[in-house]
Design a protein around this ligand. Structure first.
Ligand SMILES: [Zn+2]
Length: 306
């Protein structure tokens, strides 16, 4: 498989214009990037906690369907501002609060989706690079260490600070939407016939690519680059193989497959330049469409805007 090792896949493409808009990362988002074992454990705990699995009681939900087949809206995405413990994150914390990034994300999500109960959105320093949905406290948290991690990854590939900063916000949007995917699966009690981590990745790809256009594609590309860099910088261990998250290489190819599948003519260079093997690419349009159809159908009773 010829993947050009250490250069980032998209740096030299004509996509720099996509990076311009970026400070608005969150509109919507994704436990993705657990790079530490501890954080992966947190993520898996959240899935095996029986209380969590009861959080979206299906019989209760069914009784709340109105005449249009829509669910009753009993909750909101709510921003919680927490203090910063480590002063090295003061600046990013101030930026996120001043620009009301979480508030904008909450607002967009609340316009789009009904909820059976409130879900909290938080950004803070956590002591590890992670993002997570914790069903016990109904909160999605983006850790400043994760933002720093993304920034460092891009910088390690020679990206200029201002570009790495923009790309970091794009990757965080993918991570945030992955966590939103977990939160929706648990709160709506959605069926998951497969790996929930992969489903959360697909949720983020679906929302980004289908709902958010070029900005969303930029977020998936940024995440793909991060997966690719991480896979080059760290060799795969048994623990990685046993983990519920797919390997970073797989997440990289899956991300490319979703983008390519959304418009195979536009992203034909993925195949031509050797980033996506043609055998996989041939099936990506169908794979993308099935992902979109699945999420559209599952979210439909909860959509306010469609
Ligand atoms: Zn996850």
């Amino acid at each position: 498989m010829r993947f050009q090792n250490s250069r980032m896949v998209f740096r030299n493409r004509n996509l720099t214009n996509l990076f311009v808009i970026s400070a608005i990362w969150l509109f919507v988002s994704a436990c993705v990037f657990s790079t530490s074992k501890e954080s992966e454990k947190v993520d898996s705990d959240s899935q095996t906690n029986p209380a969590a699995n009861n959080s979206g009681n299906s019989s209760d939900s069914k009784s709340n369907l109105n005449k249009l087949g829509k669910k009753e809206d009993k909750g909101d995405f709510i921003v919680q501002h927490l203090g910063v413990k480590n002063s090295r994150y003061n600046e990013i914390d101030r930026k996120i609060k001043n620009e009301k990034l979480l508030e904008k994300a909450a607002d967009d999500l609340n316009k789009a989706l009904s909820l059976p109960k409130d879900i909290n959105l938080r950004s803070k320093d956590c002591g590890e690079p992670n993002a997570e949905f914790d069903p016990r406290i109904q909160s999605i948290t983006v850790c400043y260490e994760l933002m720093e991690h993304f920034y460092s990854l891009y910088r390690s590939e020679g990206m200029k600070p201002e570009d790495a900063d923009k790309k970091m916000f794009a990757a965080v949007r993918f991570a945030f939407l992955h966590e939103v995917g977990h939160a929706l699966i648990h709160n709506y009690n959605l069926p998951v016939m497969g790996n929930e981590e992969d489903a959360a990745d697909r949720c983020s790809s679906y929302i980004n690519i289908k709902e958010l256009g070029d900005d969303g594609v930029k977020a998936v590309l940024a995440a793909a680059d991060a997966f690719n860099i991480e896979s080059k910088q760290k060799s795969t261990t048994k623990r990685d193989m046993a983990d519920e998250h797919l390997l970073q290489e797989q997440r990289f190819y899956n991300s490319l497959c979703m983008i390519y599948g959304s418009d195979s003519a536009k992203y034909e260079y993925f195949v031509r330049d050797g980033y996506l093997p043609k055998e996989r690419a041939a099936r990506c349009p169908g794979e993308y469409q099935r992902t979109v159809d699945s999420w559209v159908n599952l979210l439909q009773p909860w959509r306010k805007d469609k």
